[in-house]
Ligand binder design. Structure first.
Ligand SMILES: [Zn+2]
Ligand SMILES: [Zn+2]
Length: 198
């Protein structure tokens, strides 16, 4: 019988055990619903007595995700996972899943109250799921939307400086200084001084 990477064994019975990724196809891109993870989440919320959430919770791999590792939708109970996670490690998939599940649990327990997404209620849910030290943001090597700024530009006259992600291809001058003297036409006197940011 055909055996896809997603059907491979996940042993979540022992929360502390990290699963080696050696028996996984590294280039396999996950997509669609995940029965194994959905089942695991249902079991976890049932153990916490959230019978109604148990009926709704479902896990899906979303190939449109980029910088986010996972996302939780409440009240639908849907959790989206970034397929890139399967190329990082099994323990990261698991950690992300618990992080998102904690969001669902926090909202489910406080349906009529506006709670902070990573506030006390979420932290309590993390504790209940065995990840008491979980943080709001991940440090995974996923593509980020906000790119790191690598270049600094400074006007030699007025000293105005700013940072950019991409390097300017041609010479650029301070617009404000040029505006004052030439009416906005490029003047090399005000050419911005470029320096790399470390
Ligand atoms: Zn979160
Ligand atoms: Zn200037």
């Amino acid at each position: 019988m055909f055996r896809s990477a997603r059907q491979m064994k996940f042993s979540f019975a022992e929360p502390s055990s990290d699963i080696s990724r050696s028996n996984r196809e590294p280039s396999f891109r996950q997509q669609g619903s995940d029965a194994t993870f959905s089942h695991w989440c249902r079991k976890l919320v049932r153990n916490l007595g959230l019978i109604d959430l148990e009926k709704r919770v479902a896990v899906e791999w979303n190939p449109r995700m980029r910088s986010c590792a996972g996302r939780a939708f409440w009240p639908s109970g849907l959790i989206h996972l970034n397929p890139e996670l399967s190329n990082i490690s099994e323990s990261e998939i698991k950690r992300t899943l618990l992080h998102e599940l904690a969001h669902l649990i926090a909202y489910e327990r406080n349906p009529y109250r506006a709670i902070k997404s990573h506030g006390l209620e979420w932290q309590r849910a993390c504790k209940d799921l065995g990840i008491p030290d979980e943080r709001a943001t991940h440090e995974l090597a996923l593509p980020t939307r906000s790119l790191k700024r690598r270049w600094k530009y400074e006007c030699p006259k007025c000293g105005k400086a700013f940072e950019r992600v991409r390097r300017y291809k041609g010479a650029v001058a301070c617009y404000e200084c040029c505006l004052k003297t030439t009416g906005g036409v490029f003047d090399p006197i005000y050419q911005l001084v470029e320096s790399p940011l470390i």
